[in-house]
Design a protein around this ligand. Structure first.
Ligand code: ADP
Ligand code: MG
Length: 575
């Protein structure tokens, strides 16, 4: 067989199938062109999941009649002048391929009236042939009709699922375009039914209101942080609103909707302790990152991106969201104590969570069962008026008591300390500055050969917290240094439980957070431990000074308040 070059038309169809995967990708490309053209109103209409036809109409700058032909040429773009380098070109998808690909895969009718022109022009593109522009009447802007999509690429049609499945992909695409462009008024109609209308007033909250309802939108917490390396903005759900899956999480980098496991893990991680396992927040997060630090060439559709500095992405997002939530939700009002019907404590049950030992834990969960489901509705204070705590003493070697001026504060010594250590450790990880306790003599820990395999695959993560080790034979570990916070923990028990928990968690992006949680748990003051008044004061001060984390990594409260008002009520001083 001799080698032959593919005919141009076949080659164009193959290339088209790569750029345009499905109806939703046609809509994404057309709408992005409309946005690039400076449109303030974009209307999207489809029939039968876009497989019958798609129309995108905008009020942008239009295309002049002598450039219509060029617009449909592969690698023809008017946008090069506005971008400085190749990396930002690829970030924004200016490849001059979209219209050419769409035309190679379907029948296209274009109507466009450029700014300043009195008339509009219509052109048909079919089988790679473009008709001469014809003068017609139409309003300013561009309208592109795409019919019989993929009729020229039967192989691509086989990948297309049902009309319904394509329809829901389109809806999701349009929703994300609307979220990313709150200053544009979007109208989306499918099979003649109105599916979405946004106001275009530039308010993200109003777009979410159009998408998810006014209650959801109003309850969301604003995120706006420059504290990390990257700027993070957006809206994120209050802990009492959540979903059973990750579909509420939307991430935008430099204005484009993307997927990235590490950023998504950072969002989930920010809710550690605030949501039960298996529940996920609703988060719309915009990240600004220099385009040279974003790698979009992971997947042909450019949706999945990698960051040159994934750690900076993780910590910027994690910190921004965590701070935003805690600012809104500082202290939990004690339930059950200030009411007469307070009853006996049921037997403690184990909470699901990271390697937490069986003692003490669950007691909060069963005493305040509402914590299992959601944050109680009586949440008071704000971080700005968080009081100075005058530490008074310890109860049952388990709880600390403090006077906050506005009431009595009760602190779970183990959970509070654990929470402090957890956030300190994450901070050390972020700065790559672990506090280390070197060993004069290495500690030998015996492990099974399987455990040896597992722990060596995580050695970088452990090292970043200051746990350095090397294999000694095939079933022992020589520990050279340990994290300073863990200097009095049972190292063998710590390694065993951490490995068990890492084995349960197959998601590698939050390995480091799991290790921090385990370290914090094993290093924290135990319940049952007698503390001196100076230790009590140190813990109280740290709690107030270090952002008063009010939930431990497992979700139990660390701090409860009984307000003066409740005390006065209980004592009959007020009604
Ligand atoms: P790219 O967007 O990468 O430039 P496209 O194939 O998507 O490539 O579009 C080619 C060109 O056609 C654009 O650069 C732009 O000049 C023009 N164009 C496409 N859609 C529109 C539109 N809705 N309004 C104005 N001009 C458009
Ligand atoms: Mg384009």
């Amino acid at each position: 067989m001799s080698i032959k070059v593919l005919p141009a038309e076949i080659a164009a169809r193959i290339a088209a199938g790569e750029v345009i995967e499905r109806p939703a990708s046609v809509i994404k490309e057309l709408v992005e062109n409309s946005i690039d053209a400076g449109s303030t109103e974009i209307s999207i209409q489809v029939e039968l999941g876009g497989l019958s036809w798609i129309r995108v109409t905008d009020n942008g700058c239009g295309i002049s009649p002598d450039e219509i032909d060029l617009a449909f040429h592969r690698h023809a773009t008017s946008k090069l002048a506005t971008v400085e380098d190749l990396s930002s070109i690829s970030t924004f998808g200016f490849r001059g391929e979209a219209l050419a690909s769409i035309a190679a895969a379907s029948k296209v009718t274009l109507v466009t009236r450029p700014t300043g022109s009195d008339s509009a022009f219509l052109a048909n593109i079919e089988n790679g042939q473009i008709s001469p522009p014809q003068q017609v009447g139409a309003s300013l802007g561009t309208s592109i009709l795409v019919e019989s999509l993929f009729s020229t690429i039967p192989a691509r049609l086989k990948f297309i699922k049902s009309y319904q499945a394509e329809g829901s992909r389109i809806l999701s695409t349009v929703e994300h375009l609307a979220l990313a462009n709150s200053h544009v008024k979007f109208t989306y109609t499918a099979d003649n039914k109105n599916k979405l209308v946004t106001s275009g007033n530039g308010q993200l909250r109003d777009v979410i209101s159009a998408l998810r309802g006014v209650n959801q939108a109003n309850s969301m917490i604003e995120v706006n942080s420059h504290a990390g390396r990257y700027q993070v903005m957006g809206l994120t759900s209050a802990p009492e609103h959540y979903k059973g899956n990750r579909t509420g999480i939307s991430i935008f980098i430099n204005g484009r909707w993307i997927t990235n496991r590490s950023i998504s893990a950072a969002i989930e991680e920010a809710y550690r302790g605030l949501l039960m396992q298996g529940n996920y927040p609703i988060s719309v997060i915009f990240l600004e990152i220099p385009s040279t630090e974003v790698d979009v060439n992971v997947h042909p559709n450019k949706r999945e991106v990698r960051l040159v500095n994934e750690n900076d992405g993780f910590s910027s997002v994690h910190r921004a969201i965590r701070e935003a939530i805690l600012k809104q939700y500082p202290v939990i009002e004690a339930h059950g104590i200030a009411i007469n019907s307070y009853t006996a404590v049921p037997e403690a049950s184990n909470q699901p969570g990271f390697g937490f030992p069986a003692n003490l834990d669950g007691t909060y969960a069963s005493r305040f069962p509402e914590r299992d489901e959601q944050i109680p509705d009586t949440i008071v204070g704000s971080s700005t008026n968080f009081p100075h705590l005058e530490m008074i003493g310890q109860i049952a070697n388990m709880f600390l008591v403090a006077d906050g001026g506005d009431g009595m504060y009760l602190i779970d010594q183990h959970s509070a300390h654990e929470s402090l250590l957890y956030y300190r450790l994450l901070g050390q990880w972020e700065l790559k500055a672990p506090e280390i306790q070197p060993m004069l003599q290495p500690i030998v820990v015996d492990l099974t050969p399987e455990q040896m395999d597992v722990i060596s695959s995580y050695s970088n993560s452990f090292e970043r917290y200051g746990l350095n080790f090397e294999a000694f034979g095939n079933d022992s570990l020589l520990i050279r240094s340990i994290p300073l916070v863990g200097r009095s923990m049972d190292i063998k028990k710590f390694i065993n439980e951490t490995l068990q928990s890492l084995a349960r968690n197959t998601d590698l992006t939050d390995t480091h957070a799991n290790i921090a949680a385990s370290l914090a748990c094993h290093s924290a003051i135990r319940a049952g431990q007698k503390l001196s008044i100076s230790e009590i004061q140190a813990l109280g001060n740290a709690l107030v000074n270090e952002g008063n984390p009010n939930h431990c990594p497992h979700g139990r409260p660390t701090l409860l308040r009984i307000s003066l008002q409740s005390l006065e009520k209980e004592f009959g001083r007020i009604q």
